[in-house]
Design a protein around this ligand. Structure first.
Ligand code: DI6
Ligand code: FE
Length: 392
């Protein structure tokens, strides 16, 4: 599987030459350059090699879980009753504030291991369940530690503008100015932030409030991304495009004008079927508009304890195809090259010379099998190129 004109960029009977952790050459095995012919080789027959997977949108680090809330809802409780009973994001905030840094790492590792078991080598992890300065920093410290405990690349995203905490009830603006922005500055000063995100939604923050956070991100030289148009159309996508966002995520309620703006800004549409499925949303993201305007589409688990307790990119691919009619070729690009682009990486997600040798070897005959199966993991092996220094 490499960049090229064939569907999926597929090269049958291919050879991939690797040197110092990077792809040196890829092509039909009978065209291997002579100067590489005596390189040590590893024969893998009857399988498919793809770029290793990238999960570009996760909330992997958090305290507690929301299983009880799940049960309450299925026993007929309304979202409001759940919230009054202390459920929702608020309950995760409480558990996350009570957790030690070590506990945040220990509870996230099994979720990360589930992703790694399906060929993931790069994962994005957001803050957003602390909603006070120290806990937001602790979440990002925990995210950084995940990359020391496992052979993966971790990208961190500051999401202080995820929700307004109870102590700032009905004082959203004060929370943005007194907690969110100071926490962003402190996290950046500690080297904990690779990008800045926000939740632009009626139940969270208005575009003008998000823009105050984006202005600080811009001053700090940090790229932005945004949870936008998930439950309604608030105009977050246009704001994100104005700030050249790496990605706009969820986008169920985005429209053709939004797709046009994203194409102009080079933003990636990150499609999150796990949340659509869990909250039983009915509005589908405008895939035809993204296709028509050439907006790259990525897929991610959005792993979080409330709206998407999902730790499988393979199932995410199947959901995107079955629920949104994404093609298997789009789905594979969605968890490789487009997901890498949503994180600002240019050195992974494609098997091509100069790219990191982050690879996944699958016991399948065709790439479509990766999206076709439900709850089956055909991974044979995962190759993480820890020797590839820096970016290409
Ligand atoms: N959108 C979502 O669906 C999650 N956050 C967001 O910005 C919800 C997170 C949770 O319910 O814990
Ligand atoms: Fe999310």
């Amino acid at each position: 599987m490499a960049g090229g004109d064939a569907p999926y960029g597929w090269i049958p009977e291919a050879t991939i030459a690797v040197q110092d952790g990077r792809i040196a050459w890829v092509g039909p095995q009978d065209e291997l350059p002579d100067n590489m012919a005596d390189w040590p080789d590893q024969e893998v027959s009857g399988c498919l090699v793809t770029p290793a997977f990238v999960d570009c949108h996760t909330h992997l680090v958090f305290g507690g879980d929301r299983a009880l809330e799940f049960e309450m809802c299925l026993n007929g409780a309304s979202y409001e009753e759940v919230a009054r009973a202390g459920g929702g994001i608020v309950s995760t905030v409480r558990a996350t504030r009570e957790a030690t840094l070590e506990a945040l790492v220990e509870t996230a590792l099994p979720r990360l291991d589930a992703l790694i078991a399906e060929g993931v080598t790069t994962v994005e992890v957001k803050s957003g369940y602390g909603l006070d300065l120290e806990t937001e920093l602790n979440m990002l410290r925990a995210a950084r530690k995940l990359g020391m405990h496992r052979k993966v690349t971790v990208r961190t995203t500051f999401l202080g503008a995820h929700a307004t905490p109870a102590e700032y009830k009905d004082r959203d603006d004060a929370y943005i100015d007194e907690v969110c922005i100071p926490a962003l500055r402190a996290a950046h000063a500690e080297g904990l932030v690779d990008a800045v995100d926000g939740f632009c939604e009626g139940i969270a923050f208005q575009p003008a409030q998000i823009e105050r956070v984006f202005k600080v991100a811009q001053d700090l030289g940090l790229p932005v991304k945004l949870h936008a148009e998930q439950l309604s159309h608030l105009g977050g996508t246009q704001l994100a495009a104005r700030y050249g966002a790496l990605s706009v995520d969820h986008v169920e309620y985005a429209n053709d004008e939004d797709a046009r703006a994203m194409a102009a800004s080079g933003s990636v549409a990150v499609i999150l079927p796990g949340a659509f499925y869990t909250i039983r949303e009915t509005q589908q993201p405008p895939l035809d508009s993204f296709r028509a305007h050439g907006v790259p589409m990525a897929l991610a688990t959005d792993c979080n304890p409330g709206s998407s307790p999902l730790t499988s990119l393979l199932l995410t691919m199947n959901m995107a195809c079955t629920l949104f009619r994404m093609t298997p070729e789009e789905a594979l690009a969605g968890v490789t090259c487009n997901a890498a682009r949503a994180l600002g990486f240019q050195d992974r997600g494609v098997i091509a010379p100069g790219m990191r040798a982050d690879l996944a070897v699958w016991n399948v005959k065709t790439p479509a099998e990766l999206s076709y199966r439900i709850g089956f993991n055909p991974l044979r092996s995962r190759i993480y190129s820890e020797y590839a220094e820096g970016e290409a």
